[in-house]
Design a protein around this ligand. Structure first.
Ligand SMILES: NC(=O)c1ccc[n+]([C@@H]2O[C@H](COP(=O)([O-])OP(=O)(O)OC[C@H]3O[C@@H](n4cnc5c(N)ncnc54)[C@H](O)[C@@H]3O)[C@@H](O)[C@H]2O)c1
Length: 361
C-alpha cells in the first residue's frame, strides 16, 4: 500500500469553519460543547466511539479509533462559520429546535461565542431565503478574496494550527456541470466574469482550497463534484469530499439496500419521503432546490444496487420516488417518530420489494 507522506500531525487547535450555521452545524457545536461540559455522550460518533480490530478476531485487540489514529481531540476544536442570518449559535440552535432549550441553556455561554461572519449569498441559488448578514459583494472574485481574508483572520484570532471547512448551508438550486468547471483556469476565469455557473458554495470551496483548507460538502450541491475543484485540491495537497450528509432517509437506504442486494431479492420500487421542517424545509420547498436533493437521493440506490437494481425476475427499471412533506417545526419531544432520525426532517418510508418467489415478470 502506498504510504501517505505529507499528513500534518493532529497537534494544536483545529478550526472547524462551517458556511451555514443552521440545524446541522449548531447541533454539532452543541453536541461537542455538551460532551466537553460532561452533560452529553458522543452517541453516533465514529471518531469518539468507533473501534478498529487489529489482527484476528480471537486476538481481542480492538482499540478505539481515536486512540489508534492521531485525531484532534474535542477540546482542540474551535468552531466558526458564516450565515445569512446574524443569530449566534445559541439563537440559531433554539430556532432549529433540534435540541431542547433546557439542554442548550446549560451550554448557552459557549454557544453564544460562535457568531456567524457575513455570508457570500445570492438569492438566485437559494430562492426562499432572505437575510441581512450578507457580504456586499461587488463581484464573485471579490467574494473569494473576502472569504480568504475571513479564513486567515479566524485562524490567527483563534490560534488554530489547522482548519477544515464543511458546507452546512442550504441546498442550492440544481446545477449540471458546465464547461467552465473543467479546468482550474476556466473556473477562475468564470469566477472573475461572474459566470452564473458559479454558486456561493463554489466560492467558499475555491477560497478554502486556495488557503489549503480541506473542504467537505454536506449538501447535495454540485460544488466540488467538478474536475477543476478536484484538480485544485490535488494541486494544493488537501482533501476534498462529501455529498449530502447521511443521517436520515439516506442512512436508512444505505442500511437496507446492501442487505437486499446481498440476498439477491429483487427491488422493484422504492418510495421514500423527506419530512421537511424548519429553514431547510422552506428552502427545499422551492422545486429547483428540491431537484438537487432528489437527484442525489436517487443516485445512492443505483450505486448500491449496481450493476442492475433488480433481479432478472423483476422489472428491469426500478421504480423510485422521492417525495417531500412539509411539517413546519418539529421538536424532539413533539414528534418521536421522526426525531430519532433527524429530529425534524428525514424519514425513509415504505420500502416495497418482492422476494424472488413472488416475482411474476
Ligand atoms: N439536517 C440533516 O440531517 C441533513 C441531512 C442531509 C443533508 N442535509 C443538508 O445539510 C444542509 C444544512 O441542513 P440544515 O438542516 O442545517 O439546514 P438549515 O436550513 O437549518 O441551515 C442551513 C443554513 O445555511 C444558511 N445559508 C444558506 N446559504 C448560505 C450561504 N451562501 N452562506 C452561508 N450560510 C448560508 C441558512 O441561512 C441556514 O441558516 C442542507 O443543505 C441540507 O439539505 C441536512
Amino acid at each position: 500500500m502506498n504510504q501517505p507522506t505529507n499528513i500534518a500531525p493532529a497537534s494544536g487547535k483545529l478550526g472547524v469553519l462551517m458556511p451555514g450555521m443552521g440545524a446541522v452545524s449548531t447541533t454539532v457545536i452543541a453536541g461537542v460543547e455538551a460532551i466537553k461540559a460532561g452533560i452529553g455522550a458522543p452517541i453516533g460518533s465514529l471518531t469518539q466511539m468507533g473501534t478498529i480490530r487489529l489482527g484476528k478476531r480471537t486476538d481481542g485487540r480492538s482499540p478505539l479509533i481515536k486512540d489508534f489514529v492521531p485525531l484532534a481531540g474535542l477540546d482542540d476544536l474551535v468552531f466558526g462559520g458564516w450565515d445569512v442570518f446574524p443569530d449566534d449559535a445559541y439563537e440559531s440552535a433554539i430556532h432549529a429546535g433540534v435540541l431542547p432549550k433546557d439542554q442548550l441553556d446549560q451550554i448557552k455561554d459557549k454557544l453564544q461565542t460562535v457568531k456567524p461572519m457575513p455570508a457570500v449569498f445570492d438569492r438566485n441559488y437559494v430562492k426562499r431565503l432572505e437575510g441581512s448578514n450578507v457580504k456586499s459583494m461587488k463581484s464573485k472574485w471579490d467574494a473569494v478574496l473576502e472569504v480568504r481574508d475571513d479564513i486567515k483572520r479566524f485562524k490567527a484570532d483563534n490560534g488554530c494550527e489547522r482548519l477544515v471547512m464543511i458546507w452546512c448551508g442550504s441546498t442550492e438550486i440544481y446545477m449540471a456541470p458546465h464547461e467552465v468547471h473543467n479546468t482550474i483556469e476556466s473556473l477562475e476565469k468564470a469566477i472573475k466574469e461572474n459566470h452564473q455557473a458559479i454558486p456561493p458554495s463554489m466560492i467558499y470551496a475555491y477560497a478554502a482550497l486556495q488557503e489549503c483548507v480541506p473542504f467537505l460538502n454536506g449538501a447535495p450541491n454540485l460544488t466540488v463534484d467538478v474536475p477543476a475543484m478536484v484538480e485544485l485540491a490535488k494541486q494544493q495537497g488537501v482533501c476534498l469530499g462529501g455529498k449530502d450528509f447521511k443521517t436520515g432517509q439516506t442512512l436508512m437506504k444505505t442500511l437496507l439496500a446492501p442487505g437486499l442486494k446481498a440476498r439477491m431479492l429483487g427491488v422493484r420500487g422504492w418510495f421514500s419521503t423527506n419530512i421537511l421542517g424548519n429553514r431547510d424545509g422552506e428552502v427545499l420547498d422551492d422545486p429547483e432546490s428540491f431537484k438537487t436533493k432528489e437527484v442525489s437521493k436517487l443516485d445512492v440506490l443505483e450505486y448500491i444496487l449496481q450493476p442492475e437494481p433488480t433481479t432478472k425476475c423483476a422489472s428491469t427499471t426500478i421504480r423510485r420516488a422521492v417525495t417531500k412533506k412539509r411539517v413546519g417545526t418539529i421538536s424532539t419531544s413533539s414528534a418521536g417518530w421522526a426525531c430519532r432520525c433527524r429530529s425534524r426532517s428525514i424519514f425513509s418510508a415504505a420500502i416495497r420489494f418482492w422476494p424472488r418467489r413472488w416475482c411474476s415478470t
